[in-house]
Design a protein around this ligand. Sequence first.
Ligand code: IMP
Length: 450
Amino acid sequence: MAKPFDMPVTVIVGAQWGDEGKGKVTDFLAEDADVVARYQGGNNAGHTVVANGVEHKLHLLPSGSIHENVKNVIGNGVVVDPAVLLDELKKLHSKGIRPKLFVSDRAAVILPIHKLLDGAYEDKTGGFGTTRRGIGPTYADKIARTGVRVGDLLNAAALRERLAATLPEKLALLQHRGGKVPGHDLAKLMADPTPYVDELTKELSGLGEAVAPMVTDTVALLHESLEANESIVLEGAQGTFLDIDHGTYPFVTSSSTTAGGACTGTGVPPTVVDSVYGIVKAYTTRVGSGPFVTELPHEHGPGKHLTEVGHEFGTTTGRRRRVGWLDLVLLKRAVQVNGMTSIALTKLDVLAGVGELQVCVAYEVDGSQTTRLPGNAATMARANPVYEAMPGFEAINKATVAKAAREGLAALPAEARRYVEFIEDALDVPVELVGLGPGREQTIDRRMLS
Ligand code: IMP
């Protein structure tokens, strides 16, 4: 059957600090896709997908998981907590959904010690406000070549040897950070880690057996799909400014969240990527520490409105997200580093009733204006936003949403339309999808309308 859109390989990337609504957009695009592959991050992510009125919260599983005809891939760039993987699958199975899932044999494994190290660092230093899921320590071990990969879980003897060789150093680091290993005396383990090595080998081999049927060479699988001209969606987690290189370092996550990471994290080469969808929330949010130039106080005024109307609480940790106005300085950089070809603008409806809208068009840093993103967090923390005001709009009722979904932007209040067009002009990237609510039917798909 002919595909409705020519999109053999599409990358989906968050354009801000994550939580832009990638899950919903991926799910929307997954309907036309044969394969959805996650390329980085782990269960620090939280994707809420609403389908047929039922809400699904996914952390590690790709957003195509609720479509049983889609092949879902956890790519080599992802960090996998095998217990979480099995638990998420079990939850979907209990709802009668059985995703087709393939897990890369090369993906790094989040070990219990990684979670302990993550938590201990946060406790000791105040940290970065991480999700404490062990993400940073797992990627650190991957890069240091001292990690465990999913394929290693399938060979108990080799796994034991790997753990015996690498655990002592990690235990020493944990001690330095003032952490503990539940059920063990850390000082004793440092003298003889054997009991812990044995315990982990048993636990991880058991998990390995359970995930084994899903483990495969996903690079080969994706290339078979490419050869069969199947359409592939490469799904990122987090957002551009949490990228280890391009984000607001050190207040970032430990992986390549941007479009380049889609290639290294799956083995799909850059030469076959056709389009890059940047997911842009109609305002800005951030979870955890770090600079946020357009941040608003959440206790009153527009900040309160965005927090409450936008339900800005994390899917993964339940933490209240920090909120602020749209920031074009960030978004211009996001367009550049991702090579964005389209934008999906989410949560436009949340702005209704907030009053006059502000859009940040430049930063004022140490007395001079710039549209360049500062290179370090301390400079960015000193930046003040330069705003352009735009008229606000009132609540968009259900009938108008339905009309807009059928007929396009023209059905929206003029001020809402102008806001979308302003973003499109400023970034010089077409806004192809506009989200007006959590459901799939509350989306304007301008590809269908042009
Ligand atoms: P980590 O990824 O747990 O190491 O956390 C590093 C930073 O990324 C923290 O500020 C987290 O709040 C943030 N972060 C991680 N995952 C997400 C996400 O899915 N959405 C938003 N922020 C995230």
